[in-house]
Design a protein. Structure first.
Lengths: 210, 210
DNA sequence: CTTTGCGTTAACAAAATTGTTAAACAAAAA
DNA sequence: TTTTTGTTTAACAATTTTGTTAACGCAAAG
């Protein structure tokens, strides 16, 4: 047989993810993807049938991986504060690789609201349910001001994700170099943790700090 | 003369803004815009020359309006807490109308990084500079834990904007109806204020609460 | 060596989208 | 009424993009 098909398929997916989720090119054409991967455009149809099907697959895979890397900490048997610390760490680190993933999902969802529903249908456990117990304990202790689990999670995810999403905008507004923005994002891990618990994040989790 | 050209131009802009910033259809075609406005597609070229030029104009106008409605409070001579309260109120209210504006800017910026620079070049005063003094006073009082003005602003904007951006996703995850999500967003005004100052937002600003 | 089958490619076809233009139209001005 | 001017429309042209197909290549199996 000719070449190894599996490798080519992986290559195309890899490069497509870079275009969509890393570079934020929401409307990357099949030609652009093929160029990025250095293969003939027809191969995209050979392996994925159509551009849309490839997008579905990429989203499916990538969301699965993100969930495994981030949400996993919330279902662990770590202490509440450790859960949150590791979650922040993981979400920011993940976002440094694929800053535009959320942006992509949001746009796709606007275009086709039903698509996101099928993705969400798979995990019917809301992340807010995973931290409710621990959160309420902290509230009872007086360590955190009263807040619902839903609002708490939205605050948390918002503070982690927004600066990743809006990277290019914030970077321009604040006149930061790429390096400065990277540093800013790593600082944020501690800032977010501190804004919740009013104390510094355990040093262990600042592994990528600059 | 035929019809009133100014009115038609306004109509097209209005409907285009709805498609782009309200419905989140980032790639709305000139045909879709024309349909939405109930006019012939050629009129879009008659009034705006090209799709791209229309986009630039829409962004320019809309960002200008948003700035006037939100950032204005930060430059006022209100007290720090009042500034923040009104800012939160204005940003969330604005976002209820145009939830996808940020999403749109982010995508456009990824496609053409220089475009956003020209927009930002106009107001060279960073919003973080506008609140630094007041923030530092609160920190000195011990009312807010130490945090840089940049991180404080990013946290604030993130908590306000992210749930608007991610509306369709969060709504699906949490299984909320449109009405429930609206209520959730209005609740957030107080939640955000409380998470910063550890006290309820003055009732005055919860004008649209449910 | 020949055959078989997957992987790859170039060329083609079809659809969607943008931009242009000349003609039609409607109302005010002459 | 006729002219003029700005607006609107349908038809056309050009470009972009997706999807298909038939031929080619190459390595393993027979």
């Amino acid at each position: 047989m000719g070449n190894d098909g599996v490798q080519t398929e992986l290559l195309i997916k890899e490069k497509a993810k870079i275009l969509f989720f890393q570079k934020g090119l929401l409307n990357a054409t099949t030609q652009q993807i093929a160029d990025e991967a250095g293969v003939n455009r027809a191969l995209i149809h050979y392996y994925f049938r159509s551009r849309d099907l490839m997008l579905d697959l990429l989203l499916e895979e990538t969301l699965q991986e993100k969930k495994a890397r981030t949400r996993a900490f919330l279902v662990s048997d770590l202490s509440f504060r450790e859960k949150i610390a590791r979650f922040i760490d993981a979400v920011v680190d993940w976002g440094l690789n694929y800053p535009y993933l959320d942006n992509f999902i949001i746009s796709e969802t606007a275009r086709n609201p039903d698509k996101i529903k099928s993705f969400c249908a798979k995990d019917n456990v809301k992340s807010s349910d995973l931290i409710r117990e621990g959160l309420e304990a902290e509230i009872k202790k007086g360590a955190i001001a009263p807040i619902s689990a839903e609002h708490f999670m939205v605050n948390l995810v918002a503070m982690c994700n927004y600066p990743l999403l809006a990277k290019s905008v914030l970077q321009t507004i604040h006149g930061m170099t790429d390096a400065a923005y990277q540093k800013f994002l790593h600082e944020r891990k501690n800032v977010i943790y501190a804004s919740i618990f009013n104390e510094d994040m355990p040093k262990i989790y600042e592994k990528n700090g600059n």
